[in-house]
Design a protein around this ligand. Structure first.
Ligand code: UDP
Length: 410
């Protein structure tokens, strides 16, 4: 693992000093992070990098993951889609299973920290364990866009959410009307992780050879779980339009997350759309493929993220940090990362994505400038050190001792 001192050359010693100064007020404080998977997807990615550094800063941090049968993850995925506004049939049995598994986890986990950070809706039921007199502070860290949810699911979840001291969103537009304190904290990437560290051209070439992706022509890449909302089929359609006038290859690199049961079905559709096209490379990567993703992003002439809905979209910052030109949908947290025509190109359709990708492939100097601007934008805003600071400030704001009043009346 990287230590804090290693971030100084990237973000400056002042930023690291500030973290140490803030953390000194929280030394030894027990913090518990809970989410629904250790591997796969952006939340696990962030926790894997953040937890060791919070420990180095002196906080007593634990990270636990809720457990449940496959049927539970089908329910939580349906909730996820419904919260994003997608019509999903939701039954009483689904609500019952969500409650039952949540309560089993509440009995199994030691929910005894000073700060409990519950990530996303899957573990929400844990907050039932909150006792009125406890000085603990509960934070709901919502990574998804809940601004226009399907009402049935939102109405069911809201009583749990209201028990928290604060809700934290990635993007202001994701917020809901709620009676407690609401905070905005953008996610981040770790510049020193295996996924983002510098790689030599020979190492990149070796990985691409191993993955069977020739570097004989420009590569367009999208890295994403195989999920409808990431629109992999739309990426294939856009690629086919680009290829009519510019020779190129497409890489769709994805894997599954243990809390996402839809991956196989979506992959089937993607295979159908790719039709054994030799210039389309579908890569099913195991969840430990950080080096492979790093190399693929770095080898790309254009990185695409054509999501229909998005949380923050960490893959965008990952590509920008590598100074890659990005074509991405103007959804979720992507417009925070891609400032149109400054740090990438924002698009709204298959046609738009194809047009933007062609523009970048035909104008390498413009593409290079967007990539370089993107890297600086990420350095200023979306690196792990800024994220750590926001967490420390949140804990300090919510009060580190029991002499602070409950913000929502307990
Ligand atoms: N990712 C990965 N392997 C894959 C697909 C994605 O490691 O096969 C990573 C990707 O590099 C990024 C994270 O998973 O770090 C996805 O985060 P993002 O916010 O883009 O989307 P989410 O999956 O959370 O919706």
């Amino acid at each position: 693992m990287s230590s804090l001192a290693e971030y100084e050359p990237i973000v400056g010693s002042g930023a690291v000093e500030e973290l140490r100064a803030l953390a000194a007020h929280l030394a030894g404080k027990p913090v518990l992070m809970v989410n629904s998977t250790r591997l796969g997807g952006g939340v696990a990615e962030i926790l894997n990098r953040m937890v060791p550094l919070l420990k180095e800063l002196g906080l007593d941090v634990r990270w636990d993951v809720i457990e449940g049968p496959p049927a539970f993850y089908k329910v939580t995925k349906a909730f996820h889609n419904a919260l994003h506004g997608k019509p999903e049939p939701i039954t009483q049995e689904m609500f019952d299973l969500f409650l039952e598994v949540g309560r089993q986890n509440a009995r199994r986990l030691a929910l005894d920290a000073q700060f409990l950070v519950i990530h996303d809706p899957q573990p929400l039921v844990l907050v039932e364990k909150r006792t009125r007199r406890s000085p603990a502070r509960w934070v709901w860290r919502c990574h998804i866009d809940v601004s226009r949810p399907q009402p049935q699911v939102w109405t069911f979840l809201k009583p749990f959410i209201r028990k928290f001291d604060a809700a934290v969103y990635s993007v202001p537009a994701f917020a809901q009307r709620l009676p407690m304190r609401q905070l905005i904290i953008a996610p981040s990437i770790d510049p020193l992780s295996e996924k983002n560290r510098e790689l030599a051209p020979d190492d990149i070439a070796a990985v691409l050879r191993r993955l069977g992706v020739p570097q004989d022509r420009p590569i367009i890449t999208q890295v994403s779980r195989f999920d409808y909302l990431k629109d992999p089929v739309g990426v294939i359609e856009a690629f086919r339009r680009v290829r009519r006038s510019v020779k190129c290859r497409l890489v769709l690199a994805g894997g599954s997350a243990s809390d996402d049961p839809e991956g196989e079905e979506v992959l089937g559709r993607v295979r159908g759309a790719a039709k054994d096209d030799p210039e389309i490379h579908l890569l099913m990567l195991p969840p430990t493929s950080d080096l492979e993703i790093n190399a693929l992003q770095r080898a790309s002439a254009v990185v695409m993220q054509k999501s229909l809905k998005e949380g923050f979209g960490l893959t965008v910052s990952e590509a920008l940090w590598k100074a890659r030109p990005v074509v991405a949908s103007a959804v979720g947290g992507i417009p925070l990362q891609v400032k149109h025509r400054y740090s990438g190109l924002l698009v709204h359709s298959v046609e738009g994505a194809a047009y933007a990708a062609k523009q970048l492939l035909n104008n390498p100097a413009y593409a290079k400038r967007l990539g370089e601007n993107g890297r600086e934008h990420v350095r200023q805003n979306f690196l792990l050190t800024r994220h750590l600071r926001d967490y420390l400030l949140t804990f300090l704001t919510l009060g580190s001792s029991d002499d602070v009043l409950y913000l929502n009346g307990g």
